[in-house]
Design a protein around this ligand. Structure first.
Ligand code: NAP
Ligand code: MG
Length: 481
């Protein structure tokens, strides 16, 4: 905006040399790097410049069979026989190794996925280590977590994760599975396999018995081969609602225990008594954090009419200060869109928003010439029925609506097929409680947004899936009781 003084930070790039990345990665099966049976590899690229980073094995049914077989043997062999206390020690060791390599993990996460180094360094990697620490502590205390219950592990867990928080999602999946005595076959997303493979290196170093954690890389078919495998006892999936529905159909009638963490269309609600500056920070964090590649992103904003002009003025002013560009630069606020395909999806939604009559504002920051980029975008004049208010965009695009009364905003916020998360901003605790207890959402943040902690359960209602990850609920999802 015109009243901003023109000045810039000097570039402060993190050195990619700190990261050791091989030219080619095989699957990690039974504690060994194993070439794909059909010999196929695919490339993973840096979305900030389109350059290839490494080649990664493409998993076939035969590779998945080998991984499940190794996981079964470990479950029935050394891992199953280990005391809970010793299980915990391995998980602690993995947590500490992640901390020791935190810088390298952060760089690889940013190179492979496009998220700003500040986020991978300060959010993704520390949280991933914390998940291992937290669940390590529970491994030998399960009878206290579930008193008077007869509990047993499930067996082999098949886990499939998306590209928006690659290492963190791997930690959410692997840590509780190990703490409860299960073994794992995990597939990272096609566009972001590298931190899971780095984690495999470190798991080998930790001395974890062979076959307890197996990492098979590949695309959607590899994921389908895992979840459909007859010898898998538990399916844990995080990803889109459309694939979640397919998985639910394919496991119907089997004995597999299933958790699905799917899409979202969160409402961020600002009441007229909210601290507006603080709320604007929360809106920006809610939708532009990780380029909006967040299932719980605050992608719908509801502003009480009397403060609408003030909120929009402050929001646009704040958006204009966001630095979009090189994800490895420590000044960067908004990094690269994860893939060309995702960029096309976001651009399609922006076009639809304009065609349906909403008013668009985009920051005028200069975008780099190569790579996948989208300027922070906000739409006003959005109807409840607008496509951009109904469908998950998974990009830095905010749809703003107004409301007059609390019952009206509760109704509008709940008018979505999703139910993952929401945020409420108000000076009055009573109003926060009234609204949050009436929202159909697994997580509701009050006067903050996007806060995560391993002790808090996370998960959705309606088409956002079922089951919870994190906290004691996250342990229960891996136990028979
Ligand atoms: P996606 O297409 O559903 O992919 C997720 C994972 O499933 C990837 O590893 C994918 O492999 C794999 N996959 C694709 N088709 C499959 C099939 N038929 N059977 C088994 N696995 C299959 O989702 P995405 O677009 O990568 O991720 C974004 C979505 O994840 C968003 O909708 C977001 O809301 C959701 N998400 C939810 C949460 C949550 O906790 N609720 C957290 C993060 C993300 P490929 O990568 O090779 O396609
Ligand atoms: Mg990549």
């Amino acid at each position: 905006m015109s009243d901003q003084t023109e000045w810039n930070y000097s570039p402060a790039p993190e050195s990619a040399k700190q990261a050791h990345i091989s030219g080619r990665y095989e699957h990690f099966i039974n504690g060994k790097w194993t070439a794909p049976k059909e010999g196929d590899y695919f490339s993973t690229t840096n979305p900030a410049n389109g350059k290839k980073i490494a080649e990664v094995a493409s998993g076939s049914q035969a590779d998945v069979n080998a991984a499940v077989k190794a996981a079964r043997a470990a479950y029935e062999g050394p891992w199953g026989k280990l005391s809970a206390r010793d299980r915990g020690k391995y998980i602690y060791r993995i947590a500490r190794l992640i901390q020791e390599r935190a810088r390298e993990f952060a760089i690889i996460e940013t190179l492979d996925g496009g998220k700003p180094i500040r986020e991978s360094r300060d959010v993704d990697i520390p949280l991933a280590a914390n998940h291992f620490f937290y669940y390590a502590g529970w491994a030998d205390k399960l009878e206290y977590a579930f008193p008077n219950r007869k509990i047993a592990s499930l067996g082999v867990a098949g886990q499939v994760i998306p590209w928006n928080f690659p290492l963190l999602m791997a930690a959410w999946k692997i840590a509780p599975a190990l703490a409860t005595g299960n073994t794992v076959v995990l597939k990272p997303a096609e566009t972001t396999p590298l931190t899971s493979l780095k984690l495999a290196e470190l798991i080998a170093e930790s001395g974890l018995p062979e076959g307890v954690v197996n990492i098979v890389t590949g695309a959607g078919e590899t994921g389908a081969a895992i979840v459909n495998h007859a010898d898998v006892n538990k399916v844990a999936f995080t990803g889109s609602t459309s694939v979640g529905k397919l998985i639910q159909k394919s496991v119907a009638g089997s004995n597999k225990k299933v958790t699905l963490e799917l899409g979202g269309k969160a409402a961020n609600i600002i009441l007229d008594d909210a601290a507006i500056d603080q709320a604007v920070e929360g809106i920006v964090n809610g939708i532009y954090f990780n380029q909006g590649h967040v299932c719980c992103a605050g992608s719908r904003l509801f502003v009480q009419e009397s403060v609408f002009d003030e909120v929009m003025w402050k929001l646009k002013r704040r958006m204009d200060t966001l630095i979009v560009g090189d994800p490895l630069d420590k000044n960067t606020d908004v990094g690269a869109i994860n893939s060309k395909e995702q960029l096309r999806t976001i651009e399609k939604y922006i076009k639809t928003g304009r065609e349906e009559g909403s008013e668009m504002y985009q920051t005028s920051c200069k975008l780099p010439a190569s790579g996948n980029w989208c300027a922070p975008t906000v739409f006003t004049n959005v109807a409840q029925s607008s496509t951009i208010a109904q469908e998950e965009i998974f990009g830095p695009v905010l749809a703003v609506q107004t409301f007059r009364t609390v019952p009206e905003v509760i109704e509008k916020a709940n008018n979505t097929p999703y139910g993952l998360s929401a945020g409420v901003w108000s000076d009055k605790g009573a109003r926060l409680f009234q609204i949050s207890s009436n929202l159909d959402a697994g997580v509701v943040w009050g006067n903050t947004y996007n806060q995560f902690d391993p002790t808090s359960p996370f998960g959705g209602y309606k088409e956002s899936g079922f089951g919870r990850e994190g906290g004691l609920h996250g342990l229960a999802a891996y136990l028979d009781m």
